[in-house]
Write a protein that binds this ligand. Structure first.
Ligand code: FES
Length: 115
């Protein structure tokens, strides 16, 4: 579990990037908090610098869009999902629970070892 920031410091419509390895972006989408891997799966753009519209974030580089609830791309040029992470708020502090299991699946696909 990684502390991110105070909930008061992440108002609706805003995002914050945390420098984990790989980096994670946390979004406040109209009061709902979401966390995804920050790096676009198309090329090397930071999704925390993208445009947030509802539960979708648009990549600032080539305009691929990702659903924050699932990590799935909703349009090209991105084809692969970003990893999603669980977000909790405890005593006014936002935390991200890093989803290592999904990361392992993505890594296996990239290596061509997935079933
Ligand atoms: S880097 Fe995100 S769509 Fe190209």
């Amino acid at each position: 579990m990684i502390p991110v920031c105070r909930l008061d410091d992440l108002p609706a419509g805003e995002s914050v990037r945390i420098d984990t390895a790989p980096p994670i972006a946390v979004f406040n989408a109209d009061g709902e908090l979401y966390a995804i891997d920050d790096t676009c799966t198309h090329q090397d753009a930071s999704l925390s610098e993208g445009w947030l519209e509802g539960c979708l974030v648009e990549c600032p580089l080539h305009a691929a869009s990702f659903d924050l609830r699932t990590g799935l791309p909703t349009c090209l040029p991105a084809r692969r999902a970003v990893r999603t992470h669980r977000v909790t708020v405890d005593d006014g502090m936002v935390h991200v629970h890093v989803a290592t299991e999904v990361f392992a699946e993505v890594a296996a696909e990239e290596e061509g070892t997935a079933a």
